[in-house]
Structures are given as structure tokens and as C-alpha cells.
Design a protein around this ligand. Structure first.
Ligand SMILES: Cc1cc2nc3c(=O)[nH]c(=O)nc-3n(C[C@H](O)[C@H](O)[C@H](O)COP(=O)(O)OP(=O)(O)OC[C@H]3O[C@@H](n4cnc5c(N)ncnc54)[C@H](O)[C@@H]3O)c2cc1C
Length: 428
């Protein structure tokens, strides 16, 4: 029987195509470490890798298996910049900070590609990204964005696509216009995750799976993490649980909200060469974003439906099929071989959350759907912080991310109402 993530629904095509996913032991008894990391996704594993290779004694625990959270199950799209467009951020934070946040995301893109290249990790990188508009009324914003990125942010890789070009690059006339980004691309997320875990182990990090942190406490000058397998006594902790934080740490839980998103993989589409003939990934302008791309072997990996309540939809494929056929009616009957989901951590302003939540304990997450490159880079930046190097994490720390309103009891209900309202507007 294939392993089923206990925290995310469905068995993914990514898991099915990575036969050498290693297993790591559970922690056996209490230990000490210079740095402890809670959470074995990209954020935590990059921190552990970068600390261990500098000789720091680092212990990382994950409640499940590495990649059972978002890092092993996402859409694989790098995108460009932060989740919010740089020209939108410019309006609230001013040009200088917007540019620095944009530069940080470009550094993140380079970092991930260099990391994979240096360690010979084949991540199935495919170039190109299309951002397409589902409402005619958004056309001016898209045109202005291309202009702003080239003239004010020094990013020349975007070009505006008229309706005809959009249709031929998508293989669908469903969208009105789009932007083509030749400076980014998409990857196989589980291949990156597995390659990263192997590198962290090789660098000397102590890696433990199926070891759940239950409590984090400050005791004198030390921080003590109580787990279901013993305690870890340490000087510094990185909380890298992101959307899966649960009740472990209340400050993170009040600032990073989980939204569940679902993906379906079709059979190989050899009979449909017009679907994404250029191999780019796509995201659309809906609030409940539809994101899709072809895998290297020619399947359509289609993500879309989001859920804001605790229940998982009974049949992920049915919902995904409906959304695929709206864009590609000819694919209405193709087989969907895998359906799965995971939790995306979002913040109110859709910029990442980074805060010292108690002395010696830093929490990072809330990449708001742009975490593939950002989470890897933020894990590396956390290691720089511990090593006393200058770090772009200061940019994130300076962002004033508000807590979601409603307190522990009503937060999820209020978010459900707010997001359902925006989702409804997608249809108007
Ligand atoms: C369906 C989906 C599609 C997405 N698509 C994209 C995309 O196309 N592009 C993009 O940029 N981003 C995308 N994202 C977001 C991206 O995947 C994440 O931002 C990124 O992977 C976050 O990595 P992380 O390491 O911070 O968290 P995660 O990978 O979620 O890891 C958190 C880990 O913490 C562990 N944990 C939780 N609680 C405890 C505890 N108490 N003790 C020990 N361990 C614990 C969990 O088991 C988990 O392994 C998507 C996410 C999802 C779910």
C-alpha cells in the first residue's frame, strides 16, 4: 500500500513518480541541539541543510513524513515576485521596499535553480508562465503591470498577449488576454523535496520523521520542545509548520491561515497536442485561482478548487474535471488518474510571515501560494540569520502582518465568509 499523508488528502501523481522517497527514523529519546527545526517541508529542510553544512548541530522533526505538507504536493509553479504584484505593493509600501521584496523573490528563484543544479537534482524544470485574464475589465491592469515591471522594477521578461496569442498558447479561447513570463518556470515539487532531504542528511543534519512537537517552552536560557518521542533542549528554534501549525504555536496560527487547494492529474494527453503546446504553466485572474500546466510526460496537472472548511471534498476528481472542461471541453472525458490536495498558508496582505514568536523561536510561513521558491530561500535565509550573516529576512520581519480577526473561536468562520464572498465575485 502506498503511504497516505495523514494531513493532506489523496495520493499524488508526484508521489507515484518518485519511487526513491527515503524514510527517516522517529526520534528515540531526548536530545540536545544547537538549533531545532519543527517541520520538514522546504522551509525547514533548507534551514537544516544550510546550518548542517556550516557545522551547526541541527535537529529537525516532522510530525509526518517530509513532503506530506504543501512542499510535496503543490502546483510546482515558481511565478515571479511575491504573491501580490510588485506594482500593488508599491502603492502600500513605497517603491524602495516593493523593489527589495521583488529582488528577494528573484534571488529565491535563482537560489532554487542553483541548488538543484549544484546537487544534480533533476526537478523537471520547464520554462515559461502564462497569467491569463478571465474578465475583460482587467485588461488595463494587466497591460499596466507589464509596463511597470519593465520600466520601474527592471524585469523585462513579461509580454502582453492579445486574445489570439493567448488562445493559441493555451489551446483554449476561454480567456480574454494574458501575460507571458519568459523569466520563470515550473518544476516537479516532490523531486525537489526528496533531493533536498537527501542533501540535508548528507550535510549532517539529524532528521526525524513521525515525531510531533507538542509544546515549545522557554526554560531559563534554553528552549525545550516536548515531542511524542522525548524532548529537544536547544538554544534556537525554527517553527516551519506553515499552514499545518494547528495548536502548536498561537502567534503563527493567528497570522497564517490554511486554505485547502486541490489538484488532479490526467492521463498522458498525446491526442491533444494543441493543449499548452509551449509547455508553459498557467495561472488565471480568478480570486480562487485556477493553475495548470503539462508535466514533462504530457499530463495536464490542474489545480483549482479551494476549500475553507475542515472537510475534504469526497471526490476531488469530479470538481477538477468540471473546471478542466470549462477551459478544455474536449478533455471532459479524459481519465483523471490522481487527485490530491494540501493546505496553502496565507496571510492577510499575502506577503510572508516571519517573526520571533518568543525569545529564540522564529516562525516563517504564509507565502500565500508563492512558496515554492520563497520557502526554500527563507529556510536558507534563516540559516544565514543564525550564522550571523546579513539576511533579507529583515525585510519580511519589518512587514506589519496583521492577525486574522475573530480570535481562535471565530477566525475560521469569518475567513470562510470572506473568501466565499470573493469566490462568488469570480462568477459575476
Ligand atoms: C495544492 C497546493 C498547490 C500549491 N501550488 C503552489 C504553486 O504552484 N506555486 C507556489 O509557489 N506555491 C504553491 N503552493 C504553496 C507551497 O507549496 C508552500 O508555500 C510551501 O511548500 C511551504 O513550505 P513549508 O516548508 O513552509 O511548509 P510545508 O511544506 O507545508 O511543511 C510543513 C510541515 O510541518 C509539519 N508539522 C506541522 N505541525 C507539526 C508539529 N507539531 N510537529 C512536527 N511537524 C509538524 C508538517 O507535517 C509539514 O510536513 C501550493 C500549496 C498547495 C497545498
Amino acid at each position: 500500500m502506498p503511504w497516505q499523508s495523514p494531513i493532506s488528502p489523496g495520493y499524488s501523481w508526484y508521489e507515484a513518480t518518485v519511487p526513491d522517497r527515503p524514510e527517516f527514523p522517529q526520534m528515540a529519546g531526548s536530545c540536545k541541539a544547537d538549533v531545532a527545526v519543527i517541520g520538514g517541508g522546504y522551509t525547514g529542510l533548507q534551514a537544516a541543510y544550510n546550518l548542517a553544512r556550516q557545522g551547526v548541530d541541527v535537529t529537525l522533526i516532522d510530525a509526518c513524513r517530509f513532503g506530506d505538507g504543501a512542499s510535496g504536493r503543490n502546483g510546482g509553479q515558481f511565478g515571479t515576485g511575491q504573491r501580490a504584484w510588485a506594482d500593488e505593493t508599491e502603492e502600500t509600501l513605497g517603491h524602495e521596499r516593493a523593489q527589495l521584496l521583488f529582488n528577494m523573490a528573484e534571488n529565491a528563484k535563482r537560489y532554487v535553480l542553483d541548488f538543484a543544479g549544484q546537487h544534480d537534482i533533476d526537478i523537471d524544470f520547464m520554462p515559461g508562465q502564462l497569467s491569463v485574464g478571465h474578465k475583460k475589465s482587467l485588461e488595463k491592469d494587466y497591460r499596466d503591470h507589464v509596463e511597470a515591471m519593465a520600466t520601474r522594477f527592471g524585469y523585462p521578461h513579461l509580454s502582453f498577449m492579445e486574445r489570439e496569442e493567448t488562445a493559441s498558447r493555451l489551446g483554449s479561447s476561454r480567456y480574454h488576454f494574458g501575460i507571458r513570463d519568459a523569466g520563470t518556470g515550473h518544476i516537479h515539487p516532490m523531486k525537489l523535496l526528496v533531493g533536498l532531504a537527501k542533501q540535508a542528511a548528507l550535510a549532517g543534519a539529524n532528521l526525524f520523521e513521525q515525531t510531533r512537537a507538542q509544546k515549545i517552552e522557554r526554560k531559563g536560557t534554553a528552549v525545550v520542545i516536548t515531542t511524542d518521542r522525548g524532548t529537544i533542549t536547544t538554544e534556537r528554534v525554527l517553527v516551519a509548520c506553515n499552514a499545518y501549525i494547528g495548536n502548536l504555536e498561537p502567534v503563527t496560527a493567528s497570522h497564517v491561515m490554511p486554505i485547502r487547494s486541490f489538484i488532479g492529474a490526467t492521463e498522458v494527453l498525446s491526442a491533444y497536442p494543441n493543449v499548452l503546446p509551449g509547455g508553459e504553466s498557467v495561472d488565471d485572474s480568478r480570486f480562487v485561482v485556477r493553475y495548470f500546466r503539462k508535466s514533462k510526460d504530457g499530463r495536464l496537472l490542474f489545480g483549482g478548487r479551494e476549500a475553507y472548511t475542515a472537510d475534504n471534498p469526497r471526490d476531488i476528481s469530479t470538481h477538477i474535471r468540471r473546471q478542466i472542461s470549462e477551459i478544455y471541453p474536449e478533455l471532459g472525458n479524459v481519465e483523471i488518474t490522481h487527485g490530491w490536495g494540501g493546505s496553502v498558508g496565507i496571510t492577510m496582505p499575502r506577503t510572508p510571515f516571519c517573526r520571533e514568536v518568543m525569545p529564540g523561536v522564529t516562525s516563517i510561513g504564509g507565502y500565500s501560494g508563492h512558496g515554492v521558491m520563497l520557502s526554500n530561500y527563507c529556510g536558507k535565509l534563516y540559516a544565514d540569520l543564525v550564522l550571523g550573516k546579513p539576511t533579507e529576512l529583515d525585510l519580511l520581519k519589518a512587514l506589519k502582518i496583521p492577525a486574522f480577526p475573530g480570535g481562535t473561536r471565530f477566525r475560521s468562520a469569518l475567513l470562510f465568509l470572506a473568501l466565499s464572498w470573493y469566490a462568488l465575485r469570480d462568477r459575476l
